[in-house]
Design a protein around this ligand. Structure first.
Ligand code: PGA
Length: 257
């Protein structure tokens, strides 16, 4: 397996931000990211109303921007939904799909998440497919079954070529926003399992970036990113402060060969 995979660090702002403070954050992240070496890519997934602002402030920088969810539909009478094609109108690169907050609070099934990934790909976006188990599921020993089912639904809906273009994020639900991070070895074990699942879909698919998410901070990023199958991170809380987010990006750089 190649150890040459580039690192990828993506911020997930969730439902945070206001137009004034966003401008400062986006400008600082763009400036800091420009000093990173090659081999580390940086993105920020912002709330929909700020896609235009992100496009205006990040165009021409090395930072890509993304959306936190897309509709499973291409258009029509779906009040409140946003189609992937609409996000594409704002130069979006990434579309998070299947975040655990959506799976839990909006009852998104593996099949629905798979449709969302398809719509994102059709619109030219890169889906960041999130998978993860709850604490109860981990304690019951069902982690691999749960995340295997979540990933499998997406892989089944895609061709090998499409699957080779996705990003997968392992985010244990018990580690999101809780300050509890998976131990690096614990995360690596799950990433190795996911890598194996991806390989079953095809050799090219096995090389997709596999991100870890869940309380990643400047203090723990380097050790996590140093694990063999961890290609970067999906960063929630720490992506709201440019200093922390950029420190995490630099940690990705130090473990890139
Ligand atoms: P956190 O969130 O870094 O705040 O734990 C990660 C995520 O939910 O993507």
């Amino acid at each position: 397996m190649s150890r040459e995979r580039a690192k990828l660090v993506v911020g997930n702002w969730k439902m945070h931000g206001r137009i004034g403070e966003n401008a400062t954050l986006l400008i600082e992240v763009a400036a800091g990211a420009s000093a990173l070496q090659k081999g580390v890519s940086v993105g920020v997934c912002v709330p929909c109303p700020y896609l235009a602002q992100s496009q205006a402030l990040l165009s021409g920088s090395v930072v890509r921007w993304g959306i936190q969810d897309v509709s499973a539909h291409t258009g029509g009478a779906f009040t409140g939904e946003v189609a992937a094609e609409m996000a594409a109108d704002f130069g979006v690169t990434y579309a998070i799909v299947g975040h655990s907050e959506r799976r839990a609070y909006h009852r998104e099934s593996p099949e629905l998440v798979a449709s969302k990934a398809q719509r994102a790909i059709e619109a030219g976006l890169t889906p960041i497919v999130c998978v993860g188990e709850t604490l109860e599921e981990r304690e019951a020993g069902t982690t691999e079954r749960i995340i295997g089912t979540q990933l499998e639904a997406v892989l089944q809906a895609l061709t090998e070529e499409q699957a080779a273009g996705i990003v997968v994020a392992y985010e244990p639900v018990w580690a999101i926003g809780t300050g509890k991070t998976a131990r690096p070895g614990q995360a690596q074990d799950v990433h190795a399992f996911l890598r194996h699942k991806l390989l079953e879909k095809g050799a090219t698919v096995a090389n997709v970036p596999l991100l870890y998410g869940g309380s990643v901070k400047p203090e723990n990023a380097e050790e996590l990113f140093g694990q063999k199958d961890i290609d970067g991170g999906l960063i929630g809380g720490a992506s709201l402060k440019s200093k922390d987010f950029l420190a995490i990006c630099r940690a990705a750089q130090t473990v890139t060969h």
